[in-house]
Design a protein around this ligand. Structure first.
Ligand code: PMP
Length: 919
């Protein structure tokens, strides 16, 4: 590296007419300086090239940067120079005596930073961005030729085996040395036969996290540029991608499958041939091996340099990750991802082992055999199989390629190995392994064995593999079913499902996540996907009791068998349920209307108010959601649900400020003033001859992220609306029914009693149920001008579902659990807020909590995009959580009320990790 002082750098810059301060930047080959103008803006990057570079090489690099820029990438193109300057103490007058000379030029500075930082997580979106940059660059350089490209570089993957062999001796750890050499040789044996077919072109050669620059918007990075063309050469085109994806592996949480978004993105721009796809992973292994041996060589030269020793650790980790999955499996996975092949190898048909009468055991998420959490019981597979043998079957077989829920675990941050690469067999008359035909690889002994069919030369294949890698593993095995006289495994239709959904749904009917898991089972606070991954469910407030509660299922099934009709018939359950519901509410709330949903309940509540008061207007608060029917939608003001909500409310709806004490007009202790404003608004309406029929609000602000209303808010507003003959409606659909822990109803927190209460969601634990509860007097007035009948509202089945839910909430102490576990979780989240400045506040009570993310705790700028990215990363870590509020910057934490401390810990730990490593 040329030795250039800061003063010299500033002098060189001055020769380009730049008055700047030079700040040294780290580099391995050149001397680089950031040139800062007096006003603080950056004039460019001064690069004093390593004298080892020829003028032709530098010219080639600069011309390549121009190509990249012309192709739309941000690139470090030349602004001044190059000129020859003296370095290493050489004379300034240009005479050849003493010192040496180097080429200096000023390159365009690209703000935004790079992807560097091994401790940082790279999201699939960012990894895809890296692949896009590599692809764009590959396209831009595909026709680029220059005499300066004719060079031999240590980093050129064509020479990688030679480099590893030559430098392996520097690896001090013998075990690692042997591993690196063996892995490189094995990988090279996959590259070599195809080497002649691999297309060549000019490559940047170092499209890594260190050299890819990003645009930063809303706290999220998007790769869009490239620096440092110092390794520019002519080599295999696919090497550009191999180098890029290898750099992903050193990042926090990365594993081999993390690179796939980059591979897909590259392929979308610059189609990979099947040969290129086949050598891609072996080249990743080669690159990782080269990095390890080169790092060790550097460390040998520069012993004691902490930077070099630190880098060694990263390179070792990267190598471990690159070799953590066999290269042929990764190749199968990549081919299958790109639609270039992969998939299970074919087996010639023909039965080689007649099992006799065989039962096939379904162990998937959709199997009836795993109901009621049975999948969590150890030994379930054996018990099920033995029961079938006892019924007289000769054999019991599991399914090839099936994702087994029985192999899954709950509260796992990483997907467990669930996908079967063979078949498990239980035989009534056990065979010894030697009695099985040679075609089958047999594991185990006795009455349960695992049989598989491996492709020739395939690596050792575990009986179960993780779903992310299943396509890769399945490409090195074959389905043994036909050899055993069983039907071949069916192909998964999971991918088609989303397309079919989109074809029959309207665009307005959204789904969670861009690429959602297919969820087909729930149990307590867990949701199971068809790939066997089980997620912690932090959003399903409807299933208060937990998913698939056996008591609800049994009660509903029994009632369905017995009677289901409408509430004009005389039967007990509707009466009992109405009594129970009214009994949970204070006087005078004693009259119950049963409907099927929250929207219906709100709609009916509004109609009751209009009819009972004879008034025409309604006051609602901002940032609220109350339903989709005409009237409930009219009072829904949330712009997150409907961007035009505020400008399209009908004239009878009047909106007052959201009484948000965290952000908004009044904050903290000032928040009591919201009540005064709302009271004034109601008074003004009345004065204008339009006294409202009702004031409608959530009594605890659920839609804003679980915030209590300011003290005395409802007391003041209810009093004012009543003073003008209107009614107070509390929408308890989200926050009521015990979720808040300390109160069964949200209005209790405010110390008020509404005139009308709407309930839904939790009432049926997922069975559609809603209710309006009001006083006898108000209901009586509705009789005079309204009508009510619901075909299924309050049906025997609905009523039984509702009664059972109330029984279980009581018997399982769920409200108390919400207080206990919710309190614990809130404490943990508040502790996280001390360390992570993105957390602006933790709102809520019981198991209705909100973590609000802000970019700045003073200005409270909502971290909307960050919140969406955090939710995506949480899904990767096994947690289902979604944003809420008009700014979509609050994690709405409203899990089933059976959540336990272990679940709360998993959530808090995952969030801590995401906020530490990035998203
Ligand atoms: N009110 C509130 C406060 C709600 O949160 C919702 C549903 N998100 C509704 C009403 C409407 O309920 P449903 O979806 O059952 O119609």
């Amino acid at each position: 590296m040329p030795q250039v002082t800061t003063q010299e750098a500033e002098r060189i810059a001055a020769s380009f007419g730049l008055t700047v301060r030079a700040q040294p930047l780290g580099s391995q080959q050149d001397s680089n300086f950031l040139l800062v103008e007096p006003a603080g803006s950056v004039a460019g990057v001064l690069k004093v090239a390593n004298p080892a570079f020829t003028a032709a090489e530098i010219e080639a690099q600069d011309a390549a940067a121009e190509r990249a820029a012309a192709a739309g990438l941000r690139a470090g193109t030349v602004r001044h120079g190059p000129v020859s300057v003296p370095v290493d103490g050489g004379p300034v007058d240009g005479s050849p005596a003493g010192g040496s000379r180097a080429l200096a030029r000023v390159l365009r500075y690209l703000p935004g930073g790079t992807l560097a930082g091994a401790g940082r997580y790279l999201s699939p979106r960012v990894v895809a961005g890296l692949g896009t940059v590599a692809g764009q660059l590959s396209q831009a350089l595909s026709t680029f030729e220059h005499p300066g490209l004719d060079r031999v570089l240590q980093w050129d993957l064509r020479h990688s085996l030679r480099v590893v062999t030559a430098l392996a001796g520097h690896v001090r750890d013998e075990g690692l040395r042997a591993q690196v050499t063996a892995a490189a040789e094995a990988a090279w044996s996959r590259v070599e036969p195809l080497a002649g077919q691999l297309p060549w072109q000019t490559v940047h050669g170092d499209v890594t996290d260190d050299n890819v620059v990003c645009r930063v918007a809303h706290g999220l990075r998007t790769p869009d540029g490239i620096i440092d063309f110092g390794d520019l050469t002519s080599s295999w085109a696919v090497g550009e991608l191999a180098v890029a994806i290898t750099s992903v592996l050193r990042h926090a949480g990365a594993e081999p499958c993390s690179v796939l978004p980059a591979v897909r993105a590259f392929h979308a721009l610059r189609l990979l041939s099947a040969d290129e796809a086949a050598v891609l992973w072996p080249l990743v292994v080669m690159r990782a091996a080269v990095l390890v041996v080169s790092g060790e060589q550097q460390a040998a030269i520069d012993d004691g340099n902490d930077y070099v020793t630190g880098a060694l650790e990263h390179e070792r980790r990267l190598f471990e990750r690159a070799t953590s999955v066999p290269a042929e499996v990764m190749t199968g996975l990549i081919l299958s991802e790109l639609g270039l092949g992969g998939g299970p190898s074919r087996v010639p048909s023909g039965v080689v082992l007649d099992l006799g009468r065989t039962a096939v055991l379904d162990l998937s998420a959709q199997s009836d055999a795993v109901d009621e959490g049975a999948w969590l019981e150890p030994g379930l597979e054996d018990r099920l199989a033995r029961a079938l043998l006892e019924q007289g079957y000769d054999a019991v077989a599991t399914r090839f390629g099936e994702a087994r829920l029985t192999a899954s675990v709950v509260l796992a941050g990483v997907s467990p190995a669930t996908v079967a690469t063979g078949i498990d067999l239980w035989l009534a008359k056990p065979l010894s392994p030697a009695e099985f035909p040679d075609r089958l690889t047999v594991r185990g002994d006795g009455d349960r064995v695992h049989v598989s069919v491996r492709a020739e030369g395939a690596p050792e294949v575990p009986p179960l593999v993780r779903p992310e890698y299943a396509a890769g593993w399945l490409s090195v095995v074959a389905d043994p079913s036909p050899l055993l006289g069983l039907p071949a495994a069916a192909k998964s239709a999971d991918r088609d499902l989303l397309e079919r959904r989109e074809a029959s749904f309207a665009a307005v009917q959204e789904h969670y996540y861009r690429d959602p898991p297919r969820i087909e089972r729930g149990w307590r606070h867990h949701l199971a996907a068809t790939d066997g991954r089980v997620y912690l469910d932090m959003v399903n407030n409807v299933t208060v009791l937990g998913h698939a509660h056996p008591r609800v299922e049994a009660a509903v099934a029994r009632q369905l068998r017995r009677l289901n009709t409408n509430s004009r018939f005389n039967y007990a359950s509707v009466v009992e349920f109405s009594e129970r519901l009214a009994g949970l509410l204070p006087d005078p709330l004693d009259t119950v209307f049963l409907v099927n949903s929250g929207s219906e309940a709100v709609d009916l509540a509004l109609r009751l108010a209009l009819v009972a008061t004879g008034h025409q207007d309604v006051v609602a608060v901002r940032e609220a959601y109350h339903g989709w029917t005409y009237a409930s939608d009219a009072v829904s003001t949330s712009t997150a649900d409907n961007p035009n909500a505020l400008s399209t409310r009908p004239p009878w709806v009047h909106v007052v400020d959201a009484p948000n004490s965290y952000r908004g007009r009044y904050r903290g202790s000032e928040a009591v003033r919201y009540a005064g404003d709302a009271v004034r608004a109601i008074g003004e309406l009345a004065a204008a001859g339009r006294p409202p029929a009702a004031f409608l609000a959530e009594p605890y602000y659920g839609n804003a992220g679980g915030m209590p209303l300011p003290g005395g808010y409802l007391a003041a507003v209810y009093a004012e609306v009543r003073r003008h003959g209107g009614l107070a409606i509390a929408d308890e659909i989200q926050v009521g029914y015990g979720r808040l822990g300390h109160w069964f109803w949200g209005f209790e927190q405010q110390g008020v009693v509404p005139d009308v209460v709407t309930v839904a969601k939790a009432m049926g634990n997922g069975y559609p149920l809603g209710a309006v509860v009001t006083s006898r007097a108000i209901a009586a007035r509705y009789r005079e001008a309204g009508y009510f009948f619901s075909s299924t509202g309050g049906s025997p089945v609905s009523s039984v579902a509702g009664l059972t839910v109330l029984d279980v909430i009581r018997d399982e102490g769920l409200q108390a659990n919400a207080a206990r576990v919710g309190g614990y979780l809130k404490g943990r989240l508040e502790t996280l807020a001390v360390r992570h400045s993105l957390i602006g506040a933790v709102h809520g009570s019981g198991l209705y909590l909100g973590v609000e993310f802000v970019r700045d705790r003073e200005r409270l700028e909502p971290a909307t995009e960050e919140t969406a990215a955090i939710c995506d990363r949480m899904l990767e870590l096994g947690v289902i959580i979604q944003p809420t509020s008009d700014r979509m910057c609050v994690l709405k934490i409203k899990p089933p009320l059976c959540l336990d401390v272990a679940g709360a810990d998993l959530f808090a730990d995952a969030l801590d990790r995401v906020l530490t490593e990035g998203f």
